[in-house]
Design a binder for this molecule. Structure first.
Ligand SMILES: Nc1ncnc2c1ncn2[C@@H]1O[C@H](COP(=O)(O)OP(=O)(O)OP(=O)(O)O)[C@@H](O)[C@H]1O
Length: 235
């Protein structure tokens, strides 16, 4: 695989129509992410972070421009193939954890593996291994409503990584957690992503999170600009 252009955005443009008004959100945005990079995406509320993540995951379609992930141009896939591609290649971590309430922690981690068609003993133990990795090896039988917010997010991290996706997308992963829990979650996420050699794009408005990044990018006026990490640390 082309390490330099593991993920590429070419002139990505997206606007929303509201009545007669058009709101331009992303304006011919370019980006190239290397394999294994940890990108922190900053931007004020409403700047387009979630819009960008939805385009990168293929959940939403751009007005124009390309999203290329591991050599696959998402626009060339039909709806069904895009869903399959997403299941196989992308892991998600959301602000609101998004665990399935009727499944145990272990079953939640298992789900993306099953959706990929894996369902044998080895798969069961892989899900268990990832629960162990996030420190919840003994909570596999617990349902989400029996877990704290931080524990739920740890299950969500295990779920995002266990099926070995090419790319992890995290949207405000610490947004619903207190400061200390948020710090723990970020450490777990960073360590697991590094250990497994995954690429991650993490959107946040919390500038503190920049400390863990290889590269910090900011969306402003529909474009991306690179911010120096040392500059960010000093502020
Ligand atoms: N489906 C939609 N229809 C119309 N406008 C939308 C839609 N989705 C997003 N927008 C608008 O696009 C802009 C970018 O929204 P987006 O959710 O991407 O921002 P964000 O940076 O993720 O914000 P936040 O940090 O508050 O979550 C906002 O002005 C929002 O109102």
């Amino acid at each position: 695989m082309d390490k330099e252009g593991h993920i590429k955005l070419n002139k990505l443009t997206k606007s929303y129509q509201e009545g007669v008004k058009t709101r331009a959100v992303l304006d011919e945005m370019d980006l190239s992410v290397k394999e294994g990079e940890l990108i922190v995406l900053l931007g004020r509320s409403g700047s387009g972070k979630s819009t960008l993540l939805n385009l990168v995951s293929g959940i939403d379609k751009p007005d124009s421009g390309e999203v290329v992930i591991g050599g696959t141009d998402l626009a060339k896939l039909n709806e069904k193939d895009r869903t399959l591609f997403r299941r196989k290649n992308i892991g998600f971590v959301f602000q609101s954890f998004n665990l399935i309430s009727t499944l145990t922690a272990h079953e939640n981690v298992l789900l993306p593996l099953k959706l990929k068609g894996a369902n044998d003993e080895e798969t069961l133990s892989k899900a268990q291994r990832f629960l162990d990795e996030v420190g919840l090896g003994d909570r596999g039988d617990s349902y989400p409503d029996r877990l704290s917010g931080g524990e739920q997010q740890r299950v969500a991290i295990a779920r995002a990584l266990a099926h070995e996706p090419m790319l992890i997308l995290a949207d405000e992963p610490t947004g619903n957690l207190d400061y200390e829990t948020g710090k723990t979650i970020l450490d777990i996420l960073k360590n697991l992503v590094r250990k497994n050699g995954r690429t991650i794009i993490l959107a946040t408005h919390d500038r503190d999170i920049c400390k863990i990044a290889d590269r910090v990018l900011e969306i402003r006026g529909g474009k991306l600009s690179e911010i120096s990490i040392t500059e960010e640390a000093i502020q």
